[in-house]
Structures are given as C-alpha cells and as structure tokens.
Design a protein around this ligand. Sequence first.
Ligand SMILES: [Zn+2]
Length: 481
Amino acid sequence: MSTLVDYPTFSDSPFFFDRRNLHIAQEEGAHVASHSAPRVAYFHPKDVGNYHYGERHPMRPHRLELTNNLVLGYGIHEKMAMYNPRPATEEELREFHDADYVDFLKRVTPANAPKLTKDYSMYNIGDDCPVFHELFKFCEQYAGASLAAARKLANESTDIAINWSGGLHHAKKGEASGFCYVNDIVLAILELLRVHPRVLYIDIDIHHGDGVQEAFYLSNRVLTVSFHKYAVDFFPGTGNLSEIGANLGKHFTLNVPLQDGIDDESYISLFKAVMEPAITTFRPSSIVLQCGADSLGLDRLGTFNLSIAAHGECVRFIKEFGLPLLVLGGGGYRQSSVARCWAYETGVLAGVDLPNQLPSNNYYEFFGPDYQLHPPLTGRIHNFNTRQSLERIRMSIREKLRYMNGAPSVQMQEIPPDLMGFLEAEERSKEERDEEANNGTAGDERSDGRGKQNEYFDPEVAHEDGDLITISSRGKRTMRF
Ligand SMILES: [Zn+2]
C-alpha cells in the first residue's frame, strides 16, 4: 500500500517554500514515461541577469533573472542538471567573429568610449547596440553558456540543453546588430558540426534570424528555418521567401515571412506543416531552437498574437522528434511574459506540468495582477495573415523542400570525411579528452550544489585556463547580401 504524503504545492502556498528539502520533484506528465524521459541540462551563467543596456533600452537582461526564479520556484531544477558555465574565451569567440571586432568589444568601456567613436560605425555600435558596463563579460557569459550546452550535446551526455541567455541571432561576423554583439548560436552550431553531419536551426523570434542565416548561407550542413514578421520597415528587413541559400547551400535556407497579428491556430498549424517535412527531408543530426519571446502577444516591440501555450507548443512539437536539442532564448521585451514563457518551456522540455498559479519567488510583484503562468496575451492585434496567404507560404515551402531533397549534399554521409580527418589529426586538449570521456562538464560548474545524483552525472572537471578547444575553419562560411 502506498503512503500518500500531503506535500505542499506552490499553487496554494502563500509564501516561498524551499522545495530542496522535500527531495521530490513534481509529477511528470503522464505522456512522458519515466524510462524514456530525456536528460535535460540547464545552463544559467551566474549574474547574467545583472547587466544593463541602459535605462530606455528595451533589452533587459534582468528577464533572465526572472526566468531563473520561476524555474527554481516551480522546482523544475529537480528534473534537470543545473550548470553555471564558464565564460567563452576570446579564442572561442574568434571561431566565428573577426579578431579586430572581438578586440574592440574587449577594449571598449563607457569610460573610454568617447575615444573609440571612430570605430562605432564600423562595428555598428550606437542606440540599438550601446556600449555598457561589462559588455564584453556579458558576451562571454551568454556565449560560453551556449558553447557549454553544445559541447554537452555533442558528447552525448545530455539529450536536451537549455540556455535562455543565448539566442542572439542578429550578431554578424564583424559587427553588432539588433541588440546582439556575439552570435552564440553560430558558435554553438559550429561546435555541433564537429560531430554532427547536419544541424537544423529553427527560429521563432518575431525578427528574422539573419545573423545565423548569413553565417551558413553557403552551407548544406546547416538548414536554417526562420518564422518572422516580414515588412520593409520592420527590423532587420530580410527573410523573404526568395532567400533560399546559395552555392552548395542553395535550398538549405527557408524563410516563413508573416504579417502582423498571426494567431495561435494559424501559427501552430503552419509551424507543423513546415517543420515536419523539413525534418524528415533534411534528417538533421541535431536541432537548435531559438525561442525569442517577442513573438508573444503584448510584446513591446513585437506585433504577433501568440499565447505562451502556442509558443510552447512549437517547443513541444520539436522535442517530440527526439533528436539532440539545443534550446536558446532570444528577443522578448515584456519581461514578465518572457519569464513566464521560458519557465513554461523549461517545464515542457523537462516533462513537468506546471500549475497555472505562479510560485512564490523573489520577483513575485512583477507578475501581477493575475500571478498566473498563462495570462491573456492575445487578441489585441488584427490578424493580417489570410488563410490564402498562409496556404501560399506552405505550398512554397513544400516546393523548396522538394528541391532540397534533390540537391547534392552530405545527406547520405553520416560523418563528413574531412571532419573525421580533422578529428584524427588534431591534437586534443585535456578538456576535449575529458569531454570525450563522456563527462561533459569540462569547465562548467555545477550550480545546484549536488554531487553525483544519478547515472547521468559524472565527476566535475576543473577548467584549465589556456587549455582551449580548437576547431578548424570549416563551417565558417559567410555571405553578405
Ligand atoms: Zn526579436
């Protein structure tokens, strides 16, 4: 006979309650069998929520602190491995970015900025991408988290990796763009390409994922698919249906240009109608999903009509393919919505059903007046996407996938021969050897204070400065348009 214990739940607990003392996690959803539950690793650089772009700037890293508080408040950390990853090194940033640009980001401070203004236009520094206190440290932290997450997937020591501080999809090889300085997504994909023949990138931010598309525009090893608002006066102005890739990468870029006000039903049905055949045609080895939350209704910059449930349904749908999955943040300019959305999606990924009543947490006042996980966000903007326009997009994407199927590619090769040669020839660093021994924790500090918890956890390995991962220049393909 089982003993029923009446554990308190957050939904009816008026005060903050420390779940760590309970030694239990919330029940998993019935649809996830315990023996098949994917391993989830969660990367949150300590203090990454403490940076400030400036008083009137819409990008607020503080939303990451709110998100993390909800994740902990709901107790989802009981179902995941929690990491405080080390910052990326300059050498790692240079795997994609120009050395002079990385050097500029490292040198510039609010104090010396007036002397460096001649570089501002070259690196696109200004109102959108301002210089702020410890800017470079911020970049190193969020990029380091995406790299650590990618390494953990590449060495198969997790099935799903989450970094809400990443997903800065606009940054270019040699310049900042759209609140983004370093493109952690491109860096993470390059890391995955060391062992994965094909990587699928999906972007559900309301803005076009231009930086990632541009980086892999000539590559057939990365399929980029971006769902976004497309209008001449809407940033960044790219992402038309006609942008399909070039040279070897022709047909390996997909764009889904949408209009204001798209609703849950239209978005979800189009997302599934595009992604299901894209995945079965491209057959990716892993998937990177950028979950920009500015596609939610009531965003301060976005003009879509999506609910948190619909945004999360896209995440759930991709998770169900069971491929190694890197989940990243991105845009999102209503902090309380962003935190709710990413906490909900963390629950979806970790297989935890979250009660609608938000848990007590350090920032409870941000979530008034309803204090619910799913507040009404939709229906405020007219839907300018007609059934016919969406059908035209769907047909166009289907047509493009037919071309991709016939394109010369690496599809039949499980491991690209040049990469195998690289792996054999390259002298491994200690860190790489450790990671290949399947411990996957090189340089990353476990932040939950627990030791070996189950069979998925391995001993921690201290990071040695100067002992860096190196990567060949393959994959560093870019094209301006
Ligand atoms: Zn955005």
